[in-house]
Design a protein around this ligand. Structure first.
Ligand code: RIB
Ligand code: NA
Length: 318
Protein backbone atom coordinates (compact mmCIF):
# COMPACT_ATOMS: atom_id res chain seq x y z
CA UNK A 1 0.00 0.00 0.00
CA UNK A 2 1.05 3.56 -0.69
CA UNK A 3 2.32 5.26 2.47
CA UNK A 4 -0.03 8.11 3.40
CA UNK A 5 1.78 9.33 6.51
CA UNK A 6 5.56 9.26 6.92
CA UNK A 7 6.92 9.88 10.40
CA UNK A 8 10.55 10.95 10.88
CA UNK A 9 11.05 10.65 14.61
CA UNK A 10 11.86 8.80 17.78
CA UNK A 11 11.44 5.34 19.24
CA UNK A 12 11.77 5.03 23.03
CA UNK A 13 11.14 2.17 25.41
CA UNK A 14 8.88 3.71 28.04
CA UNK A 15 9.63 2.75 31.63
CA UNK A 16 6.54 3.98 33.41
CA UNK A 17 6.19 4.16 37.17
CA UNK A 18 2.81 5.06 38.65
CA UNK A 19 3.20 6.97 41.92
CA UNK A 20 1.31 9.23 44.31
CA UNK A 21 3.77 12.10 43.74
CA UNK A 22 7.28 12.78 42.45
CA UNK A 23 10.16 12.14 44.89
CA UNK A 24 12.24 15.01 46.27
CA UNK A 25 15.99 15.15 45.63
CA UNK A 26 17.65 12.62 47.96
CA UNK A 27 14.41 10.76 48.63
CA UNK A 28 13.58 7.12 47.85
CA UNK A 29 9.89 6.31 47.79
CA UNK A 30 7.51 3.49 46.86
CA UNK A 31 5.46 3.79 43.69
CA UNK A 32 2.20 1.92 42.98
CA UNK A 33 3.40 -0.11 40.00
CA UNK A 34 5.67 -0.27 36.97
CA UNK A 35 4.99 -1.06 33.32
CA UNK A 36 7.14 -1.12 30.20
CA UNK A 37 5.71 0.07 26.90
CA UNK A 38 6.56 1.13 23.39
CA UNK A 39 6.82 4.90 23.17
CA UNK A 40 8.73 7.82 21.77
CA UNK A 41 6.77 10.68 20.28
CA UNK A 42 7.52 9.63 16.71
CA UNK A 43 6.52 6.01 17.21
CA UNK A 44 3.44 7.00 19.21
CA UNK A 45 2.16 9.37 16.54
CA UNK A 46 2.81 6.80 13.85
CA UNK A 47 0.87 4.13 15.74
CA UNK A 48 -1.96 6.53 16.65
CA UNK A 49 -2.54 7.17 12.93
CA UNK A 50 -2.12 3.48 12.03
CA UNK A 51 -4.69 2.38 14.62
CA UNK A 52 -7.21 4.72 13.00
CA UNK A 53 -6.51 3.02 9.66
CA UNK A 54 -3.85 5.14 7.93
CA UNK A 55 -1.00 3.58 5.95
CA UNK A 56 2.06 4.80 7.80
CA UNK A 57 5.83 4.46 7.64
CA UNK A 58 8.30 5.05 10.44
CA UNK A 59 11.71 6.53 9.66
CA UNK A 60 13.85 6.24 12.78
CA UNK A 61 16.70 4.45 14.51
CA UNK A 62 16.91 1.88 17.29
CA UNK A 63 19.83 -0.05 18.80
CA UNK A 64 21.03 -3.50 17.85
CA UNK A 65 19.60 -4.74 21.12
CA UNK A 66 16.55 -6.64 22.33
CA UNK A 67 14.54 -3.44 22.73
CA UNK A 68 15.26 -2.61 19.08
CA UNK A 69 14.09 -6.07 17.96
CA UNK A 70 10.85 -5.92 19.88
CA UNK A 71 10.24 -2.32 18.81
CA UNK A 72 10.19 -3.35 15.16
CA UNK A 73 7.90 -6.29 15.92
CA UNK A 74 5.57 -3.92 17.72
CA UNK A 75 5.36 -1.64 14.66
CA UNK A 76 4.60 -4.63 12.49
CA UNK A 77 1.59 -5.60 14.63
CA UNK A 78 0.07 -2.23 13.63
CA UNK A 79 0.97 -2.61 9.96
CA UNK A 80 3.54 0.20 10.10
CA UNK A 81 6.12 0.14 7.28
CA UNK A 82 9.48 -0.37 9.00
CA UNK A 83 11.77 -0.42 5.94
CA UNK A 84 13.46 2.66 7.38
CA UNK A 85 13.56 1.78 11.07
CA UNK A 86 17.34 1.49 11.06
CA UNK A 87 19.67 -0.17 13.56
CA UNK A 88 22.86 1.21 15.10
CA UNK A 89 25.62 -0.57 16.98
CA UNK A 90 26.92 2.61 18.55
CA UNK A 91 23.94 3.49 20.80
CA UNK A 92 21.20 1.73 22.70
CA UNK A 93 17.52 2.03 21.81
CA UNK A 94 16.13 5.25 23.30
CA UNK A 95 14.62 5.10 26.76
CA UNK A 96 12.06 7.32 28.48
CA UNK A 97 11.83 7.28 32.24
CA UNK A 98 8.25 8.31 32.99
CA UNK A 99 6.52 9.05 36.29
CA UNK A 100 2.74 9.26 36.26
CA UNK A 101 1.24 10.76 39.40
CA UNK A 102 -2.26 10.20 40.77
CA UNK A 103 -4.66 12.26 38.68
CA UNK A 104 -2.78 11.42 35.49
CA UNK A 105 -0.09 14.09 35.20
CA UNK A 106 3.36 13.00 34.09
CA UNK A 107 7.06 13.91 34.11
CA UNK A 108 9.43 12.41 31.53
CA UNK A 109 13.21 12.17 31.13
CA UNK A 110 14.48 10.84 27.80
CA UNK A 111 17.85 9.22 27.09
CA UNK A 112 17.62 9.54 23.30
CA UNK A 113 20.42 7.06 22.46
CA UNK A 114 19.99 5.65 18.95
CA UNK A 115 17.44 8.34 18.04
CA UNK A 116 20.23 10.92 17.83
CA UNK A 117 22.08 8.75 15.29
CA UNK A 118 19.35 9.25 12.69
CA UNK A 119 21.21 11.25 10.04
CA UNK A 120 20.41 13.51 7.11
CA UNK A 121 21.58 10.70 4.85
CA UNK A 122 19.12 8.32 6.51
CA UNK A 123 16.36 10.79 5.66
CA UNK A 124 17.60 11.04 2.06
CA UNK A 125 17.54 7.25 1.82
CA UNK A 126 13.84 7.38 2.70
CA UNK A 127 13.06 10.12 0.19
CA UNK A 128 11.15 7.69 -1.95
CA UNK A 129 8.61 7.26 0.85
CA UNK A 130 8.63 10.84 2.14
CA UNK A 131 8.22 12.48 -1.27
CA UNK A 132 5.18 10.33 -2.15
CA UNK A 133 3.41 10.56 1.22
CA UNK A 134 0.44 12.88 1.78
CA UNK A 135 1.75 14.05 5.14
CA UNK A 136 5.11 14.12 6.89
CA UNK A 137 4.86 14.16 10.67
CA UNK A 138 7.86 15.23 12.82
CA UNK A 139 8.73 15.98 16.45
CA UNK A 140 11.93 17.08 18.18
CA UNK A 141 13.25 13.88 19.73
CA UNK A 142 15.73 13.20 16.92
CA UNK A 143 18.50 15.65 15.98
CA UNK A 144 16.92 19.02 15.07
CA UNK A 145 18.92 19.22 11.82
CA UNK A 146 17.58 15.79 10.81
CA UNK A 147 14.04 16.99 11.50
CA UNK A 148 14.55 20.19 9.54
CA UNK A 149 16.05 18.27 6.64
CA UNK A 150 13.00 15.99 6.52
CA UNK A 151 10.60 18.95 6.61
CA UNK A 152 12.44 20.65 3.75
CA UNK A 153 12.52 17.46 1.69
CA UNK A 154 8.77 17.07 2.13
CA UNK A 155 8.03 20.69 1.19
CA UNK A 156 10.18 20.31 -1.91
CA UNK A 157 7.74 17.62 -3.04
CA UNK A 158 4.60 19.48 -1.92
CA UNK A 159 3.99 17.05 0.91
CA UNK A 160 2.00 18.57 3.81
CA UNK A 161 4.09 18.86 6.98
CA UNK A 162 3.02 18.70 10.62
CA UNK A 163 5.54 19.50 13.35
CA UNK A 164 4.87 18.64 16.98
CA UNK A 165 7.71 20.70 18.51
CA UNK A 166 8.26 18.43 21.49
CA UNK A 167 10.30 18.65 23.54
CA UNK A 168 10.74 22.36 22.77
CA UNK A 169 14.30 23.73 22.92
CA UNK A 170 14.85 26.43 25.57
CA UNK A 171 16.22 28.91 23.07
CA UNK A 172 13.37 28.66 20.57
CA UNK A 173 13.28 27.22 17.08
CA UNK A 174 14.95 28.50 13.95
CA UNK A 175 12.47 30.30 11.70
CA UNK A 176 12.97 27.62 9.02
CA UNK A 177 11.05 25.13 11.17
CA UNK A 178 8.03 27.41 10.89
CA UNK A 179 8.34 28.19 7.19
CA UNK A 180 8.69 24.49 6.36
CA UNK A 181 5.74 23.35 8.51
CA UNK A 182 2.12 23.67 7.44
CA UNK A 183 0.89 22.89 10.94
CA UNK A 184 2.76 23.31 14.25
CA UNK A 185 1.17 21.82 17.38
CA UNK A 186 2.95 22.38 20.73
CA UNK A 187 1.41 21.89 24.16
CA UNK A 188 1.19 24.72 26.72
CA UNK A 189 4.73 24.35 28.05
CA UNK A 190 6.22 24.08 24.57
CA UNK A 191 4.20 27.03 23.32
CA UNK A 192 5.49 29.06 26.26
CA UNK A 193 9.11 28.44 25.34
CA UNK A 194 8.46 29.02 21.63
CA UNK A 195 6.55 32.28 21.92
CA UNK A 196 7.58 33.86 25.24
CA UNK A 197 3.88 34.16 26.08
CA UNK A 198 3.25 32.37 29.37
CA UNK A 199 0.58 29.95 28.18
CA UNK A 200 -1.61 28.90 31.10
CA UNK A 201 -5.18 29.43 29.91
CA UNK A 202 -7.29 29.80 26.78
CA UNK A 203 -6.65 33.53 26.38
CA UNK A 204 -2.86 33.26 26.61
CA UNK A 205 -2.96 30.24 24.28
CA UNK A 206 -4.85 32.30 21.69
CA UNK A 207 -2.13 34.97 21.86
CA UNK A 208 0.59 32.37 21.47
CA UNK A 209 -1.18 30.60 18.58
CA UNK A 210 -1.27 33.88 16.67
CA UNK A 211 2.46 34.33 17.28
CA UNK A 212 3.15 30.84 15.92
CA UNK A 213 1.46 31.63 12.62
CA UNK A 214 3.20 35.00 12.41
CA UNK A 215 6.47 33.05 12.49
CA UNK A 216 5.52 31.40 9.21
CA UNK A 217 3.46 28.22 9.58
CA UNK A 218 -0.02 28.05 8.07
CA UNK A 219 -1.79 26.75 11.19
CA UNK A 220 -0.72 26.98 14.84
CA UNK A 221 -2.44 24.67 17.33
CA UNK A 222 -1.79 24.68 21.06
CA UNK A 223 -3.02 21.66 22.98
CA UNK A 224 -4.33 22.46 26.46
CA UNK A 225 -4.96 19.14 28.19
CA UNK A 226 -8.49 18.96 29.57
CA UNK A 227 -9.17 22.40 28.04
CA UNK A 228 -8.82 20.93 24.55
CA UNK A 229 -6.92 23.19 22.20
CA UNK A 230 -6.72 26.57 20.53
CA UNK A 231 -5.84 27.10 16.88
CA UNK A 232 -5.01 30.02 14.62
CA UNK A 233 -4.81 30.23 10.83
CA UNK A 234 -2.30 32.61 9.26
CA UNK A 235 -4.65 34.16 6.71
CA UNK A 236 -7.28 34.94 9.38
CA UNK A 237 -5.89 36.73 12.41
CA UNK A 238 -8.28 35.06 14.81
CA UNK A 239 -7.73 32.21 17.25
CA UNK A 240 -10.44 29.65 18.04
CA UNK A 241 -10.93 27.47 21.13
CA UNK A 242 -12.12 23.85 20.91
CA UNK A 243 -13.25 22.24 24.14
CA UNK A 244 -13.85 18.47 24.20
CA UNK A 245 -16.25 16.76 26.61
CA UNK A 246 -14.85 16.13 30.08
CA UNK A 247 -13.45 12.64 30.66
CA UNK A 248 -12.06 10.83 33.70
CA UNK A 249 -8.30 11.23 33.36
CA UNK A 250 -6.17 8.18 34.14
CA UNK A 251 -2.93 8.85 32.25
CA UNK A 252 -2.12 11.85 30.07
CA UNK A 253 1.18 10.41 28.78
CA UNK A 254 1.26 10.55 25.00
CA UNK A 255 -2.06 12.40 24.65
CA UNK A 256 -0.32 15.02 22.53
CA UNK A 257 0.93 12.20 20.31
CA UNK A 258 -2.57 10.79 19.97
CA UNK A 259 -3.64 14.27 18.88
CA UNK A 260 -0.85 14.73 16.32
CA UNK A 261 -1.23 11.23 14.85
CA UNK A 262 -5.00 11.58 14.64
CA UNK A 263 -4.70 15.02 13.09
CA UNK A 264 -2.45 13.61 10.36
CA UNK A 265 -5.03 10.86 9.80
CA UNK A 266 -7.91 13.30 9.37
CA UNK A 267 -5.82 15.59 7.14
CA UNK A 268 -5.03 12.66 4.84
CA UNK A 269 -8.36 10.87 4.79
CA UNK A 270 -10.74 13.81 5.05
CA UNK A 271 -9.19 16.65 3.05
CA UNK A 272 -12.63 18.15 2.42
CA UNK A 273 -13.94 18.57 5.96
CA UNK A 274 -13.13 21.91 7.59
CA UNK A 275 -9.94 22.50 9.56
CA UNK A 276 -12.11 23.07 12.65
CA UNK A 277 -13.70 19.66 12.17
CA UNK A 278 -10.34 17.91 11.64
CA UNK A 279 -8.88 19.43 14.80
CA UNK A 280 -12.03 18.67 16.82
CA UNK A 281 -11.93 15.02 15.76
CA UNK A 282 -8.22 14.80 16.68
CA UNK A 283 -9.05 16.33 20.06
CA UNK A 284 -11.70 13.68 20.56
CA UNK A 285 -9.19 10.89 19.87
CA UNK A 286 -6.71 12.46 22.33
CA UNK A 287 -9.42 12.72 25.00
CA UNK A 288 -10.09 8.98 24.60
CA UNK A 289 -6.39 8.17 25.11
CA UNK A 290 -6.21 9.78 28.56
CA UNK A 291 -8.90 7.40 29.86
CA UNK A 292 -6.46 4.47 29.72
CA UNK A 293 -2.96 3.77 31.00
CA UNK A 294 0.05 3.95 28.73
CA UNK A 295 0.61 5.56 25.37
CA UNK A 296 0.22 3.45 22.22
CA UNK A 297 -1.95 0.85 23.88
CA UNK A 298 -4.34 3.57 25.05
CA UNK A 299 -4.95 4.90 21.53
CA UNK A 300 -8.28 3.90 20.03
CA UNK A 301 -8.66 1.69 16.97
CA UNK A 302 -11.14 2.96 14.40
CA UNK A 303 -13.62 0.34 15.65
CA UNK A 304 -13.48 1.77 19.20
CA UNK A 305 -14.84 5.21 18.32
CA UNK A 306 -18.17 6.44 16.88
CA UNK A 307 -18.56 5.70 13.19
CA UNK A 308 -19.50 9.29 12.33
CA UNK A 309 -15.93 10.29 13.22
CA UNK A 310 -15.14 8.77 9.83
CA UNK A 311 -17.97 10.45 7.97
CA UNK A 312 -17.92 13.48 5.75
CA UNK A 313 -20.60 15.30 7.73
CA UNK A 314 -19.68 17.72 10.48
CA UNK A 315 -19.83 16.37 14.01
CA UNK A 316 -18.34 19.36 15.74
CA UNK A 317 -18.41 22.20 13.24
CA UNK A 318 -21.57 24.28 13.30
O1 RIB B 1 4.80 11.95 24.44
C1 RIB B 1 4.99 10.81 25.22
C2 RIB B 1 6.30 10.18 24.91
O2 RIB B 1 7.34 11.08 25.29
C3 RIB B 1 6.62 8.90 25.65
O3 RIB B 1 6.18 7.76 24.98
C4 RIB B 1 8.12 8.97 25.85
O4 RIB B 1 8.81 7.98 25.14
C5 RIB B 1 8.52 10.37 25.41
O5 RIB B 1 9.09 10.36 24.17
NA1 NA C 1 -3.10 7.14 27.89
Amino acid sequence: NKVEIAVVGSCNMDLITYTSRLPHIGETMHGHKFVKGYGGKGANQCVAAAKLGAYTAMIGKVGEDNDGDSFIKNFNTFGVNTDHVLRTKSSATGVASISVIDGGGNAIIIAAGANLDLSLQDVNNASNIISKANVLLCQLEVHPLTTLHALKLAKLHNVKTILNPAPAPDNGLDIEFYTNSDIICPNEAEATSLTDVCVNDVESAKKAALILVEKGCEVGIITLGSQGCVYAVRSVSKAVHIKPDTVKTIDTTGAGDAFAGALAFFVVRFPNISLHEKISRACYIASKSVCYEGTQKSYPYAADVPINLFGFDNMFDN
